[in-house]
Design a protein. Structure first.
Length: 118
């Protein structure tokens, strides 16, 4: 991840509703949530939610897909992991790789989520 993308992602997350929204989607795994469910869980008006969803999509932190007439939103784990890697790439000042990595596919398959790369 380059500095520009990191700044865009951090800027998108630097707002209370968007941070809560992203954290909610991270907990849902790759299956994601419908916009209506997100609005209910966060107590956000649909028009306001649309704005926040677009900000997170523009930063590459979430994706959307259509399922019949519904739109499902999911966290973009690759971007999240790249951002965490960017933030921690110089960790310890040594060759150690300390960045946490989230693997929702492994978690959904019953395996323990990977918490660090070795």
């Amino acid at each position: 991840m380059d500095q520009g993308r990191a700044i865009a992602a951090l800027g998108a997350l630097a707002q209370e509703t968007r941070l809560a929204l992203f954290r909610l989607l991270v907990t849902c795994g790759p299956e994601g949530l419908r916009a209506g469910v997100i609005a209910e869980r966060l107590g956000v008006q649909p028009s306001s939610l649309t704005f926040h969803l677009h900000q997170l999509m523009h930063a590459g932190l979430i994706t959307q897909r259509r399922l019949s007439r519904q739109i499902i939103y999911s966290a973009e784990y690759e971007t999240m992991n790249a951002l965490l890697g960017y933030l921690t790439e110089n960790c310890c000042g040594r060759d150690a790789v300390c960045a946490p990595v989230c693997d929702p596919a492994a978690a959904c398959a019953g395996a323990a989520p990977q918490t660090s790369a070795a």
